[in-house]
Design a protein around this ligand. Structure first.
Ligand SMILES: N[C@@H](Cc1c[nH]c[nH+]1)C(=O)O
Length: 394
């Protein structure tokens, strides 16, 4: 191959973050880390890869085909983490087992999933998230949803809506319907992908009574404010679904206390793409972005799979999605300006180094020229590079 024509490529679904984007990411992440810490959450860092058994134990089978897998020297299968909830559950059930509950943990890190790549959906992406472990009930769930709202506001986004659902509502209806497990799986898949036509076909083929079929097809349409919960209550006859609606009403009351209820709508069609959810689930949407910016929910059985039965709830926010949404909505991130460029005449380098050192000590962002130059050339350079000030040593 002709060396001069070789253009090295990066793997499918990955991206380089160039200085501007990397800078924006760091600023937003810094703000989120500060927010999570003010809410009492501590940061954890876990390995980029885990044994495949660990990932499967946590995320269930649905995620399997999305995991990047490879082998270690002993031929054990490893996987790049597809999310942080599983590694955190592992840590909570092992090394943090003796800590008093609840545990509040946060993370800012990359995760990996095989996906059809597009703007805002890459195979490697960054998440900011929190997990609240060892806490059952609506008080913990409301804290998580309120914190998700605050996280988006903290980043500078104002135009977004959270859709709040409850997987037990759907599970109750499924149990009531008498569909086979395979059919239930297909119905859920159609709901995750919001495939209403597919859902209609499954229901038609299932042999369900007209009334039961209509009820299932209605689920994705059950969204709105509080009065929708009452409508949904009248539609269902089973305890599980009704308890799910009561749970949502309790969470909603608490969200009013946080003053964030205007950001939250109910959406009973949300079930999310992880199998581990057991209670409330939510997703945040913003104009100009075709997929959720943020998502989370309650997962009360995952920690038991790691040996310590504890309820848990949490969410993760996609950093690239957040930045993309902000860009599309014209919301700027105040990236650090270049303060001062220090140029010098022949023989003046030592003095220029001293001046640069003083500027940096004072917290200014100072770039030192690497060769002497005439003052006019230095003036052109600062205009092109966007520096606010030139210090010319002569
Ligand atoms: N891990 C989930 C978000 C979540 C955190 N905790 C509970 N759910 C995700 O990546 O979408």
């Amino acid at each position: 191959m002709d060396k001069n024509n070789f253009v090295p490529q990066i793997p499918y679904g990955t991206r380089d973050l160039l200085p501007r984007e990397a800078n924006q990411k760091r600023i937003v992440e810094g703000a989120l880390a500060g927010l999570f810490s003010r809410w009492g959450y501590d940061e954890v860092v876990t390995p980029t890869f885990e044994y495949m058994e660990t990932i499967t134990l946590g995320t269930g089978n649905a995620m399997q085909e999305h995991v990047f897998k490879f082998f270690d020297k002993n031929n054990r299968i490893l996987g790049l983490r597809p999310d942080m909830t599983t590694p955190i559950a592992r840590v909570a059930a092992t090394r943090l087992k003796e800590r008093p509950l609840p545990l509040r943990l946060f993370y800012l890190t990359n995760v990996f999933r095989h996906e059809q790549a597009q703007a805002g959906r890459q195979c490697e992406f960054y998440q900011a998230g929190v997990e609240l472990l060892g806490a059952p009930g609506p008080v913990a769930d409301a804290e998580i949803i309120a914190l998700a709202v605050e996280a988006m506001l903290e980043a500078g986004l104002t135009n977004f809506q959270i859709g709040l659902g409850q997987v037990s509502f759907i599970n109750g209806l499924m149990a009531e319907s008498g569909l086979s497990p395979q059919e239930q799986h297909r119905v859920k898949y159609a709901m995750v992908t919001r495939d209403l036509v597919g859902l209609g076909e499954i229901v038609a083929q299932s042999g369900l009574s007209q009334a039961a079929g209509e009820l299932l097809k209605q689920i994705p349409l059950l969204h709105g404010r509080e009065d929708m919960l009452n409508d949904a209550y009248r539609l269902v006859n089973n305890e599980l679904s009704r308890a799910a609606l009561d749970n949502l009403a309790d969470i909603h009351k608490l969200l009013q206390g946080y003053g964030v209820e205007r950001y939250v709508n109910f959406d009973l069609g949300i079930i999310r793409d992880f199998d581990y959810y057991t209670g409330m689930v939510f997703e945040a949407y913003t104009p100009g972005l075709g997929f959720p910016l943020c998502g989370g929910g309650r997962y009360d059985t995952m920690l038991a799979s790691f040996g310590v039965a504890n309820p848990a709830t949490g969410f993760a926010l996609g950093i690239e999605r957040l930045l993309l949404a902000m860009e599309r909505q014209g919301i700027g991130v105040n990236v650090r300006v270049k303060d001062v460029y220090i140029a010098w005449a022949e023989g003046k380098l030592a003095e220029a180094i001293r001046v640069a050192k003083e500027c940096r000590k004072a917290g200014r962002r100072a770039e030192l020229a690497l060769a002497s130059s005439a003052k006019a050339a230095a003036e052109t350079a600062i205009r092109e590079e966007g520096y606010e000030e030139l210090i010319y040593i002569e």
